[in-house]
Write a protein that binds this ligand. Sequence first.
Ligand code: NAD
Ligand code: UFG
Length: 343
Amino acid sequence: MSKTVLVAGGAGYIGSHICIELLDADFKIIVVDNLSNSDKKSLERVTQISGKQFEFYQIDLRDEGALNDVFINHKIDAVIHLAGLKAVGESCEQPLMYYQNNINASLVLFELMQKHGVTDLVFSSSATVYGDPATVPIDENFPLTATNPYGRTKLMIEEMLKDIAAATSFNVVLLRYFNPAGAHESGLIGEDPNGIPNNLLPYVSQVAIGKRDKVSVFGGDYATPDGTGVRDYIHVVDLAKGHVKALQTMKQPKDNKGVCKVYNLGTGQGYSVLEAISAFEQACGHEIAYEIVDRRPGDIAECYAEPTLANQELGWQAEKSISDMMKDAWRWQTQNPNGYQDD
Ligand code: NAD
Ligand code: UFG
C-alpha cells in the first residue's frame, strides 16, 4: 500500500518539486504551508504536471490545533519538513523572527509527530551548517558551525533531532542541500522569489530577461581559479529525487530505537560565479551584463560536496548538469516572467 507523506512547506520552491517526485513514485501526499513565501498556484501546477490530486492545508505549523487536526484526519506515515524562512541577510536583521518561525514550527511539528506515533522524518538542512570549511570537498563529518541566525536555526534543529532520535524511536534523515538551482523541465514550476533575489541564479535569470540591469558579482579576489566564489549547484529535481530515495530506504532499526542519518545532497562539482553566468548565457542565447563588486559579508570562497555517502546508502546521485539547470531555469523564467503572478 502506498505511504502517505506530509510535506510541510510543500508549496515552496523545493517542496513543489518534491511533491511531483513523490506523486510520480506513487506516494500519497498532504501539503501543509502557510504560503508566507509561496503561492498556492505552485500546487495547482503540481496537479497539472502529475495528473494527481492531493489535500492542501493553508496552516502555519505553529498553529498546533490546526496541525493536530491534520494528524487526526489523515493516517500519516512520514513527514518531510521544509517549512522555514531562509534568507541569510534577513535573518541577521530579524533574528527573533527566524528563531520564532523556524524553531517553534519545528517543535510543534515534532511534538505532534510524537503524539500521533509518526516517527519517519526527512529534514531540509543546508550546507550552511559547515560554516567556512577548512577544505573542500565537504563530507558529512566536517565540523559544524553557524555564521548567521538562519544557519543557527538549521544547526539547532539538527541537534534537536539528534537528541530526539537518541531518546525515542524517531527515524530521522537530515539532508544537507548545497545550492539548489533550475526548475521542473515542464517550465510550470520554479523559483519565484519575492522582491530582489538574494541568490545568484534567480538574479542572473532576472537580468537575462531584462528585469534588472546587471549582476553584481560579489568579490573577484577569492583564492579560486577565476577569483569568484565557487558553489555546488544542484538541479532541484535531482534534489527532490534525493528525498524520495531517503524515504524509500528508510528502515526502522530492529530494536525499534531511533536513528538519525545525515547526507549531503550535492553534485561534488564546484562552479564559479563567472562560470555560472556563462552557463546561463549559453542557455538564454545572449550575453548577461555583470560587474565585479566588493565581497558580500559572510560569504565563503568555496563550497562543494563530497556526495559519496548518499550514493552508497541511498542509491542516489545527481544526474543533471549545470547546462540542464540553466536551460530549465530559463524556460521557467520565459514562460512565467512574473512567476506565479502571470496566471
Ligand atoms: P521556500 O521559501 O520556497 O519554501 C519554504 C516554504 O515553507 C514556503 O512555501 C513557506 O511559505 C513555508 N513556510 C515557512 N514558514 C512556515 C510556517 N511557519 N508554517 C508553514 N509553512 C511555512 O524555500 P525553499 O528554497 O523551497 O527551501 C525549502 C527548505 O530548504 C527550507 O527549509 C530552506 O531553509 C532549505 N534550504 C534551502 C536552500 C535554498 O537555497 N533554496 C538551501 C539549503 C536549504
Ligand atoms: N553571488 C553574487 N551575486 C549575487 C548573488 C550571489 O556574486 O547577486 C555569489 C555569492 O557571493 C556566492 C555565489 O554567488 O559566491 C552563490 O550565492 P547564493 O546567494 O546564490 O548562495 P550561497 O552559497 O550564498 O547560499 C545558499 C543559500 C543558503 C544555503 C547555502 C548552502 O542562500 O541558505 O546556499 O546551501 F545555506
